[in-house]
Design a protein around this ligand. Structure first.
Ligand code: PAF
Length: 279
């Protein structure tokens, strides 16, 4: 695996490959790689010739300084994992390589950065779009892969790509779960054994939605699942919603072509999010 720290160097290297007819698949990450990330690399390998992974803990998308400082950075481990799945290129820049102190970024994102995660973490998706656009300009991939676990992020990036006429095909990759159903996340390592057990309530709640989806009305399901989540021990619900998965707006109708249930909660001091596509 080739490792680059410089934007210019990785750009030049990939440009040559692109010019020789190779397709480029890009998996942006913040490191602390788990099987969810590695499954995205594997999926990318089915679609593109050259796979590029980036590891960059992006400061502009953190609204909590402590969260940024504490974000796990097991770089040596990450490199070993990427080599094992035969990723071709790793781009791992410093903060100074990606940002200068004077720059500003604001992009209109419709309602997408004002609801759910955007409401709880103001500015988060501005920071995400800022870094993703920079990474897209640097890597210039044919395909970019994002995890379904942050479905709202996928919607936000899709919106940006359309708005700015970016010619990259976005691919949504399925959520990878632990054997008991907990969605994999770099933050799971911070859950105490008890919180880890309590966190399962989110997956169970989403399964309840799915189980009753055919037989009950959406508003009824929401009421029941909300009660379940409120009664679940050790978790503090931030939101639980059923959305039209294409317009990303709340709905009480089953008519939209695709629906998704989304949930976020604090388990101890750790925020976790999860979702399930219902149809
Ligand atoms: O999903 C993530 O890991 C990050 O938000 C991303 C897309 C790498 C941007 O920093």
């Amino acid at each position: 695996m080739k490792i680059f720290n410089s934007r210019q160097a990785v750009h030049n290297y990939l440009n040559e490959l692109r010019a020789s007819g190779k397709s480029i698949g890009f998996v942006p990450t913040m490191g602390a790689l788990h099987d969810g990330h590695l499954s995205m690399i594997k999926l990318a390998k089915q679609k593109a010739d050259v796979i590029v992974c980036s590891i960059f803990v992006n400061p502009t998308q953190f609204n909590d300084k402590k969260d940024l400082e504490n974000y796990p950075r097991p770089v040596e481990d990450d490199i070993r994992k990427l080599e094992k799945v035969k990723c071709h290129v790793l781009f791992i820049p410093t903060v100074n390589e990606m940002y200068n102190s004077a720059e500003k970024w604001t992009i209109e994102l419709g309602n997408l950065d004002k609801i759910l995660e955007g409401k709880i973490r103001p500015g988060h998706y501005q920071g995400v779009t800022q870094i993703v656009k920079k990474l897209f300009d640097t890597i210039n991939p044919h395909y970019a892969f994002f995890g379904q676990k942050d479905y709202q992020q996928f919607m936000v990036i899709s919106y940006m790509v359309k708005k700015l006429f970016v010619k990259i095909k976005l691919v949504l990759c399925p959520i990878i779960r632990e054997t008991d159903g907990l969605a994999m996340s770099s933050r799971n390592i911070y859950l105490s054994p008890n919180d880890r057990k309590n966190a399962l309530a989110l997956f169970k709640a989403l399964n309840k939605v799915k189980e009753h989806f055919k037989t009950k009305a959406i508003l009824q399901i929401k009421k029941e699942v909300e009660s379940y989540l409120k009664a679940a021990p050790g978790i503090e619900i931030e939101y639980f919603e059923i959305f039209n998965a294409n317009s990303f707006a709340v709905t009480s109708s089953k008519r939209p072509a695709s629906l998704i249930a989304l949930v976020a909660a604090k388990v101890g001091s750790i925020r976790i999010i999860d979702n399930m596509i219902l149809k």
